[in-house]
Design a binder for this molecule. Structure first.
Ligand SMILES: NC(=O)c1ccc[n+]([C@@H]2O[C@H](COP(=O)([O-])OP(=O)(O)OC[C@H]3O[C@@H](n4cnc5c(N)ncnc54)[C@H](O)[C@@H]3O)[C@@H](O)[C@H]2O)c1
Length: 321
């Protein structure tokens, strides 16, 4: 019998790509989302598969979620649904607590109740904070600097505690800066690349906060979807927390140089004051996930960025696994 997996946050940026990876690898997928920040159009490809079941629901609704677990007896859960905006987590700490911590706990307990062995959780490089040594390694003492990062870290701890207590196969994946098609440029959390793509395509100037020499570890959403899929489906995994990153730091000025080559008539970038609290450099060490899953990011940044810049943010067709 084909194994069925639950993906929460399925209509989101990372969720929709992850659903497609699973479908392309012949798994059944139940995708849950309440469309808080996700979009149904992201699931256009998935919806054409008979192996995909779409459920419009709030993951905080334990009764609805219990019914899904009871009906499908999932082999694994990819839990992506979250309050994804760091600024929003400052404004709405109670909602952040509910969505990014309490609901993770309730999903984990449903896994235990219905003998769903594996739970892959979307954590974040934000748990490291701005003072951790580079490259960020999983053993570093985390220093979360937002309610969002604090909840992600606390959720990791709960899951790894359940792993030790009850044998839940909890895999916490700390994504770095994910980019690619379907990242919503309108959201306050948006990755800088989706905002840049939107502006360059519209012939509008981009704003760079600071001198542009700040660096990020940009990882393609295709690679992230593959990491999610492999973590969910590989037989042997080691319960732990893992970076999902490339190990390479790219500066915003390097990013701009590529866009300027692709859009030679674009207006020049505007440089403004650095934002208080912005991390200067972010880069992860990819070796631990590589050792566990043989996972290596495969999309060279220049290629991924060119595809995004030319293909566009809403392109649903360039990206079949
Ligand atoms: N994009 C990144 O660079 C990045 C980096 C680190 C961590 N993450 C984490 O990855 C996960 C996915 O993020 P994304 O970038 O795809 O964002 P996204 O906003 O595109 O996806 C989140 C999805 O969750 C859904 N959702 C939110 N609350 C829900 C609820 N109560 N019930 C059901 N669905 C709900 C949203 O509608 C959305 O479709 C999140 O947990 C996020 O914190 C993302």
């Amino acid at each position: 019998m084909t194994q069925a997996f639950l993906v929460t946050g399925a209509a989101g940026f990372i969720g929709s790509h992850s659903v497609e990876w699973l479908l392309a690898h012949n798994y059944q997928v139940v995708g849950v989302d309440n469309l808080r920040t996700g979009h149904l159009e992201n699931l256009e490809v998935a919806q054409s598969s008979p192996e995909f079941e779409w459920v419009l629901a709030d993951v905080c609704d334990e009764a609805v979620m219990r019914e899904l677990f009871r009906k499908h007896r999932f082999a694994g859960v990819l839990h992506l649904a979250a309050l994804v905006s760091v600024p929003e987590s400052f404004r709405e700490p109670a909602l952040n607590y509910q969505l990014n911590l309490a609901t993770v706990d309730s999903i984990a307990r449903l896994c235990l109740e219905f003998e769903c062995k594996r739970l892959v959780f979307a954590s974040s490089a934000a748990v490291y904070g701005s003072h951790a040594a580079l490259p960020n390694q999983e053993f570093a003492i985390p220093q979360p600097q937002s309610p969002y990062a604090a909840a992600k870290l606390a959720a990791e701890v709960i899951l790894l505690g359940y792993a030790a207590s009850y044998g839940l196969e909890a895999i916490c994946l700390r994504y770095f800066n994910v980019y690619g098609p379907r990242q919503d440029p309108g959201s306050p959390y948006s990755g800088v690349l989706s905002i840049f793509t939107d502006r360059f395509q519209g012939g509008l100037p981009v704003t760079v906060h600071g001198d542009g020499e700040q660096t990020r570890d940009f990882v393609s959403v295709r690679d992230v979807a593959r990491a999610n899929g492999e973590a969910l489906t590989q037989m042997h995994v080691v319960v732990d927390r893992y970076n999902v990153c490339t190990g390479r730091g790219i500066s915003l000025n390097q990013v701009l140089a590529i866009y300027q080559e692709l859009f030679p008539n674009a207006p020049p970038a505007k440089y403004t004051a650095a934002r208080i609290g912005d991390i200067r450099h972010s880069r992860g060490y990819p070796g631990k996930l590589q050792d566990m899953l043989s996972f290596k990011s495969q999309t060279p940044f220049e290629q991924g960025l060119r595809e995004l810049a030319v293909g566009g943010l809403t392109d649903n067709h360039q990206d079949r696994a």
